[in-house]
Design a protein around this ligand. Structure first.
Ligand SMILES: Cc1cc2nc3c(=O)[nH]c(=O)nc-3n(C[C@H](O)[C@H](O)[C@H](O)COP(=O)(O)O)c2cc1C
Length: 373
């Protein structure tokens, strides 16, 4: 499964693990792939702490850091976090706040204990630059990845100046082409079945179109990969590797709460939905009363990013912290892809990595066996 892109990075297998959990980053990198830490939601201080831990535990292996700077968002003109917070606070209608709070209350989700805790501005350039600066201080961090759009030219230049690679996610062909034109080193092409922010076109259709359109620029296939057969399909189409998010969520190393794990293991591939109800942009997640409530005609419409994310910041942190409490899972934010239907047990990251490669080889042998003698 060695590709040119693997060799460029110095990893054994082209399996890229997107995760918010530092233990998963370390375990996947140690198993021959590369862990990429999702830094959205971290303050620069928190990210420093996570990366210190990773640097200490990862040995000679490498990793990546993922940020999210949208191309366009409400309040883009604000240059300080304080101004952006003020703008967001002023722009959120009281009716939206009351509606969100009622959903949480009805599900018995306890209050956050410290009301004065700082809100992190996940999706803004104001926040992302500090995160990129922190990541680039680390020699073992070999790649920066951006969700939600082409990263600004100064960040691309900065990452290249530091001798690292930079890529970005694309759920539409035109976004991948824009990434290439901006000088990115690779594109993560995510089909609509993937967890988190996702477009409308399914992987089976989008991957080969992207690979052809980008004409030699490495494309990592994402969205709907949970076993080695799916990896073989991506590699057969010309992908330079696979980028997986959902499969790690229920791994032994992941920091998922027991109630969340139960939701993942119970869910079928039909139990996810693309919804704007948490971040303001369409993201795939487990369907529940929260996602359904924001869809109804008689309820408020989700606000654009980052307003909705700011509004739901409290809901997200409370439903994670108190995941097992009351009927919390009915309103919890559980981004995950359709591949959730393939998650039926808790495996270690090492076992997942081993299984993926074994299944890949078995599938390849099967396909080879189809050739005429
Ligand atoms: C819980 C979760 C959170 C995600 N958050 C981000 C994110 O912050 N940044 C990002 O680039 N991608 C994010 N994604 C998308 C993943 O990077 C990846 O493209 C996707 O999970 C691939 O599809 P799969 O879920 O079918 O494996 C997220 C995915 C999940 C499941």
């Amino acid at each position: 499964m060695q590709t040119e892109f693997c060799k460029k990075l110095g990893i054994d297998v082209p399996i890229f693990a997107f995760t918010h959990c530092r233990d998963v980053v370390v375990a996947v990198s140690k198993a021959g792939g590369i862990g990429v830490l999702g830094a959205v939601g971290y303050s620069p201080e928190q990210l420093k702490e996570e990366l210190d831990w990773i640097d200490e535990h990862i040995g000679d292996h490498i990793y990546g850091v993922d940020t999210a700077i949208p191309q366009k968002y409400e309040g883009m003109e604000q240059t300080s976090a304080a101004d952006l917070v003020k703008m967001l606070n002023d722009a959120i209608p009281q009716g939206h706040r009351d509606f969100a709070e009622k959903l949480l209350k009805d599900a018995g989700v306890p209050e956050w204990p410290d009301k004065d805790d700082e809100v992190t501005l996940s999706f803004s350039a104001v926040q992302a630059q500090a995160l990129v600066d922190e990541a680039l201080k680390r020699p073992k961090c070999r790649m920066i990845v951006n969700a939600l759009g082409t990263p600004p030219a100064d960040i691309v230049e900065q990452v290249h100046r530091e001798g690292r690679l930079i890529g970005a996610l694309a759920g539409r062909l035109k976004h991948g082409i824009a990434h290439k034109e901006a000088g990115l080193d690779f594109v993560v092409c995510q089909g609509s079945e993937g967890g988190g922010h996702a477009g409308e076109v399914a992987s089976m259709v989008l991957w080969p179109q992207m690979i052809d359109a980008l004409d030699g620029l490495p494309v990592l296939a994402a969205g709907g990969i949970g076993n080695g057969r799916q990896i073989l399909a991506a590699m057969a189409m010309g992908a330079s590797g696979v980028w997986m998010g959902s499969m790690w969520l229920n791994s032994e190393e992941a920091s998922a709460e027991p109630a969340q794990r139960e939701s993942y293991m119970k869910a079928t591939s039909e139990d996810t939905v693309r919804s704007r109800s948490f971040t303001g942009k369409t993201a795939r997640m487990l369907k529940n009363e929260w996602t359904e409530a924001w869809e109804r005609d008689d309820t408020p419409d989700p606000l654009p990013m980052p307003l909705q994310g700011y509004l739901t910041f409290d809901a997200v942190r409370r439903t994670h912290r108190y995941a097992g409490s009351g009927e919390c899972q009915k309103v919890a934010f559980n981004p995950i892809g359709q591949v959730v239907g393939q998650i039926n047990e808790i495996e270690s990251c090492r076992d997942i990595m081993y299984r993926l490669q074994q299944e890949y080889v078995d599938a390849l042998e099967h396909v080879n066996g189809l050739l005429p003698d």
